[in-house]
Ligand binder design. Structure first.
Ligand code: ASP
Length: 586
């Protein structure tokens, strides 16, 4: 080894020892006669002093060294004088008096500072990702990610799960996104699909009798990238046989509850994880991925205001819509401009407008207040619990729009009023999802989760006549307003499976072609089974307190799905295209 010790490991008890270190120049300061070098390796930082006592070569090397040079240093650990102790560093009580300094490699001046976490242009960070990864923030995130993955692996191993790899070159597995296709050289005109998830394969492993499977699985989905989306991402994919829904939920809840104190001891959990039906989540929070770290629940005023003279309310109620409100505490003083901004947020979700009422104690402020009677204003305060100083935000529209608008406003107030404890990790389960969604564009039913999801038994009989009334045995794990995992109990009965395909309108041949192997497999004694797939990137990003999964992925892509460092995607050579039987039409 080039070193006897890691930089960050040295402590006062090492004083007097001779050590050899190797690492990067984090900082270098020359005080004329004494050069201080902060040396960095993955374990941390240590101060090295190169003074007149060092050899001539050592002094010359220290003189030449610049930021990010790679050095090997021999020296003696000594206690720092009391007035030079740096309490922010683990090694802050000691320093290393160098006897020898060897330059192992030089470095160009980096395009941004490695030694602090000051903001750097995102493009530049991605272009020089190997330098960005040297910075403390990224190192912390990579270590956290490693700890999360190792914990999960161990927890599942301890519970009798087998880690099994599944292929990347496979057929399309529908998870609602576009596939990445890989052309086949050997089979002209044919393509593999990179898996959107190992869904089919893990179910086939259950048919194969493995009972408990997991994999840290890469998934590929070609969709327009938004925050928290990457073309390839990682899931803890797992599947279990002979389980009911609650067995899967309990397992994940138990493992996550055990994991948090180990990987992020400063974070707090809500336990047990609240369990809401999909309908209840929408009703109370306006969202199927509610942020459960704070209240501000939606209050239904439809009945209270159905008879109002104010047409906006009465007409909405008469046409079967909903009137709902949230209360923003202490926001009565919001300016006209602020209210307009809130209105724009509601409009962005499809609302025609926002009724904002400020309860001052004596009067009620807000342009709509004059259309409401005193009794109505009092009833609104009564139903919502609004008191002096509060702002009541009301949206009247069809139920979906009301939910989406108030959910968006709720999250806006969360951020504006800083309503959450940032050390709280609020997991929760959302259950009983609708089985189908109507796709307006394609004018057909689509599977809300995926087509292998079991309908809730008591709703199965509606399958053919009223697909919207069918609920599924799908569940989501949400966390701080994000969807962190999806899963379901699966169909293991070929008859139910073919009914589902029928509702989805897949022609018989297409079903055969795409899923014939699944249907065939299910006819050989498929056990009841179910599973789930928590997103490792999102989980780590929440635990790291980051805002985007890119911060916890070593080599992520841009929002244009490009790798700026290596230049992917890139053109193929004429020869490659020819071998793959592909012609590019401009
Ligand atoms: N394959 C599903 C997904 O990626 C997860 C599951 O149902 O287990 O969302």
């Amino acid at each position: 080894m080039f070193k006897t010790h890691n930089c960050g490991a040295l402590r006062p008890a090492d004083a007097g020892s001779t050590v050899t270190l190797a690492g990067w120049v984090h900082l270098r300061r020359d005080f004329g006669g004494v050069i201080f070098i902060v040396l960095r390796d993955r374990s941390g930082l240590v101060q090295v002093v190169v003074s007149g006592d060092a050899s001539q070569e050592a002094i010359a090397a220290a003189d030449q060294a610049r930021s990010e040079y790679v050095l090997q240093i021999e020296g003696t650990v000594q206690l720092r004088p009391a007035d030079q102790v740096n309490a922010d560093w683990d090694t802050g009580e000691i320093e290393v008096a160098a006897t020898s300094v060897t330059v192992l490699n030089t470095s160009k001046t980096p395009p941004f500072y490695i030694y602090d976490d000051s903001p750097v242009d995102d493009q530049l960070r991605l272009q020089y990702r190997y330098l960005d990864l040297r910075r403390a923030r990224m190192q912390r995130n990579m270590v956290l990610r490693h700890n999360v993955v190792q914990f999960l692996r161990q927890a599942l191993n301890d519970r009798g799960f087998l880690e099994i790899e599944t292929p990347f070159l496979f057929v399309s597995t529908p998870e609602g996104a576009r596939d990445y296709l890989v052309p086949s050289r050997v089979h002209p005109g044919q393509f593999y699909a990179l898996p959107q998830s190992p869904q089919q394969l893990k179910q086939l492993l259950m048919v194969a009798g493995y009972e408990r499977y997991y994999q840290i699985a890469r998934c590929f989905r070609d969709e327009d990238l938004r925050a928290d989306r990457q073309p390839e991402f990682t899931q803890l994919d797992l599947e279990m046989s002979f389980v009911h829904r609650d067995d899967v939920l309990d397992l994940i809840e138990e493992i996550f509850t055990e994991m948090l104190p180990v990987v992020t001891p400063h974070k707090r959990l809500l336990t047990p994880f609240p369990r809401l039906t999909h309908a209840e989540a929408l009703e109370r929070f306006g969202s199927d991925k509610p942020d459960l770290r704070f209240g501000m629940e939606l209050v239904d005023l439809t009945e209270t205001l159905a008879g109002s003279e104010f047409r906006v309310f009465s007409a909405t109620a008469a046409s079967g819509g909903a009137i709902k409100a949230i209360v923003a505490p202490g926001c009565v003083g919001y300016s006209r401009r602020q209210i307009d901004e809130l209105t724009d947020i509601a409009k962005g979700e499809g609302a025609r407008g926002l009724v904002a009422l400020g309860y001052t104690g004596d009067t009620v402020k807000g342009s709509a207040a004059k259309f409401l009677t005193d009794a109505e204003l009092a009833a609104i305060a009564g139903a919502t619990g609004a008191g002096e100083g509060d702002l009541v935000c009301i949206v009247a529209a069809d139920a979906g729009v009301v939910a989406a608008s108030l959910s968006a406003l709720r999250l806006t107030f969360r951020d504006q009023l800083d309503l959450v404890d940032h050390d709280l990790v609020a997991f929760g389960w959302v259950l009983d999802f609708p089985m189908y969604e109507w796709d307006d564009e394609e004018e057909r039913w689509t599977a809300a989760h995926h087509p292998f999801t079991m309908p809730r038994p008591n709703t199965y009989d509606k399958m053919m006549d009223d697909p919207l009334a069918v609920l599924s045995d799908a569940y989501d794990l949400v966390c701080n307003g994000l969807e962190l995992a999806s899963g379901s109990i699966r169909v293991h009965d070929p008859k139910i499976q073919s009914d589902i395909f029928r509702v989805l309108g897949y022609p018989e041949e297409e079903t055969q072609e795409k899923f014939g192997h699944m249907m065939e497999a299910f006819s050989y004694g498929a056990p009841p089974h179910g599973g789930i797939a928590p997103g490792i990137d999102r989980l780590t990003r929440v635990l790291a307190g980051e805002q985007d999964i890119r911060e916890v992925i070593a080599f992520p892509k841009t929002s244009q799905a490009a790798d700026l460092m290596a230049g992917a995607p890139a053109e193929a050579t004429a020869r490659q295209l020819e071998e793959l039987h592909i012609r590019i039409d401009d």
